[in-house]
Design a binder for this molecule. Structure first.
Ligand code: CAA
Length: 395
């Protein structure tokens, strides 16, 4: 039993029948369709087109997007519950889902013009097309405002040149939310967001990254050479790009926190099962205090992560009415949940001993998958910076 099952800290934390339904739908889908193929796609690094397509058909690729724009019309709590269930079985599917939902769909819904929503949000939220988000460059990751790629006004559009890196889903994406410089002298205030169609001339994909974990999700560089982007594909006004990128990442970080929770739970449940069965020195290893304490710490951190994620999800939900930022809640949830995922995956390998190091069990995959949650969509150091600045009243 988890806090999620017994939540009674107030009406806001009570799960509705709709929440239970989406959680069960995601759980059943993950167990029946993703679990049988997860190890295969992890091994090959191929993209799991079929299951991602099915996730779209189930409404999992645009959970918070209104039905009128192709989504499932549910709330942030529904989104985190589904993310957790999918990621518990395979974090790589969770990565594709998270980028599509909380970076691309959320960005288009919040900042897109009506025509952009009709043209781009509908197919991405319904899972018919796949979306990606591109902020990072080879020479700027955490220092996101310091970019070298350029968009130069030309006639009734822009010409884009430059190279972006570490773009999740880039090898398969139909559209990409791109952040690039239109006025370099203005630094972060010179960044503008664009909706890029990947089938236009001037766009190409670089080499696919050979990754440690989340191997079934596809990541690559993207290259722009004289790419002509119509002005109608600018998202927001010139110079608003950095704020759009940061606002969207606040939403994205909640999704990554839920992904991390899913990985942590998978590692925890495997450990409990193993500790109850495996014997050493004439007793179950769970009876040794060394194992029991690990289990206790895993469980405590998991339940704390869950509450932080729910708190961030509720803050985001409130923000839909008030417009208030939830940067702090989101950073805290991501920081704690991602470090919990790493903590639990590390403990799970140790509890499993040699079997934790073997590809015969998924425990080593949880360990490899957990690490990225401390890195992408803002490293743990960036989350600490965001939290500290907020608490100290800096900037
Ligand atoms: N929401 C809205 N506005 C925000 C904001 C937020 N969360 N955070 C900052 N801003 C605004 C500030 O208010 C400020 O506005 P003004 O200029 O009007 O005053 C402006 O943005 C600049 O803010 P800072 O001075 O704080 O900017 P900074 O350069 O010091 O950077 C940072 C702040 C938090 C470090 C930011 O650069 C950051 O989050 N870096 C990490 C980037 C990141 O997460 N990258 C991952 C990319 S996606 C990915 O991982 C791959 C993938 O495919 C998923």
């Amino acid at each position: 039993m988890t806090i999620a099952d017994t939540a009674s800290a107030g009406p806001s934390l009570t799960l509705t029948p709709e929440h239970e339904m989406i959680r069960q739908t995601a759980r059943d889908f993950a167990r029946n369709e993703i679990a049988p193929v997860a190890a295969h796609f992890d091994e090959t690094g191929d993209f799991p087109y079929e299951t991602i397509k099915m996730m779209g058909q189930l409404g999992l690729m645009g959970i918070e997007i209104p039905e009128a724009y192709g989504g499932a019309g549910l709330d942030t709590m529904a989104y985190v519950l589904a993310m957790e269930e999918i990621s518990k079985v395979d974090a790589a599917h969770g990565t594709v889902m998270s980028v599509n939902n909380s970076l691309v769909c959320h960005g288009l819904l919040k900042f897109g013009a009506e025509a952009q929503k009709r043209k781009y949000l509908v197919p991405v939220a319904s899972g018919e097309k796949i979306g990606a988000y591109s902020l990072t460059e080879p020479m700027s990751g955490s220092d996101a405002g310091n970019m070298r790629s350029r968009a130069v006004r030309s006639g009734d559009g822009y010409v884009i040149d430059g190279r972006k890196s570490w773009v999740t889903s880039a090898p398969v994406a139909d559209i990409i939310l791109l952040f690039t410089m239109t006025s370099p002298e203005k630094k972060h205030k010179g960044i503008t967001a664009f909706i890029v169609e990947t089938d236009r001339p001037g766009f190409s994909r670089g080499k696919k990254e050979p990754k440690l974990g989340i191997r079934a999700s596809a990541t690559s560089e993207i290259v722009f050479e004289n790419y002509c982007c119509p002005a109608e594909n600018r998202l927001g006004e010139e110079g608003e790009g950095f704020k759009i990128a940061m606002t969207v990442l606040d939403a994205g970080r909640i999704g990554i926190a839920a992904q991390a929770l899913g990985i942590a739970e998978a590692a925890y449940e495997a450990s409990v099962e193993y500790a109850k069965q495996r014997e050493a020195f004439g007793q179950k290893i769970g009876e040794f205090q060394g194992t029991g304490f690990k289990i206790a710490d895993m469980k405590t951190r998991i339940e704390a992560s869950r509450l932080l994620i729910y708190s961030a999800a509720l803050a985001k939900e409130r923000s839909k009415a008030t417009g208030e930022r939830y940067t702090l809640e989101s950073a805290i949830a991501k920081l704690y949940a991602s470090e919990t995922a790493m903590f639990c995956a590390h403990a799970a390998v140790q509890i499993h001993g040699g079997m934790g190091y073997s590809k015969e069990l998924p425990v080593e995959r949880y360990f490899r998958d957990a690490k990225i949650t401390e890195i992408y969509e803002g490293t743990s150091e960036i989350q600490r910076m965001v939290i500290a600045r907020s608490e100290l009243g800096l900037r």
